[in-house]
Structures are given as C-alpha cells and as structure tokens.
Ligand binder design. Structure first.
Ligand SMILES: [Zn+2]
Length: 55
C-alpha cells in the first residue's frame, strides 16, 4: 500500500544504501525497520528505495 514518503535520519544495521533512500510503501521491509524515533516525513532529497520503486 502506498503511503506518504518517509526516511530515516540514522543508518540502521549498517546496511549499504539503506539510509540513502526514502520509502513510500507501507510493507517495505527496509521501511519497516526504521524506528519511529528516527523516522522523518518526506523524501529527504533521496532516491526512492528499490523495493518501493517496484511495489
Ligand atoms: Zn522502501
């Protein structure tokens, strides 16, 4: 399901590229790993994550 764009302000699990993208799909595995405290609305000027691009 498509939701408003969001991104994280911190790297999570050190996964390459994870912090450099934004998400806009509610069931994106990377997006779901973002802790609520680190989650920010908007794209952050980043490219869309691969999963969110394909779903
Ligand atoms: Zn995503």
């Amino acid at each position: 399901m498509k939701i408003a764009a969001f991104h994280t302000v911190t790297p999570e699990r050190g996964e390459p590229g994870h912090r450099d993208v934004y998400h806009d799909v509610s069931d994106c595995p990377d997006g779901m790993r973002i802790k609520p405290a680190n989650r920010r609305a908007g794209t952050g000027g980043r490219p869309k994550c691969e999963y969110c691009r394909d779903h």
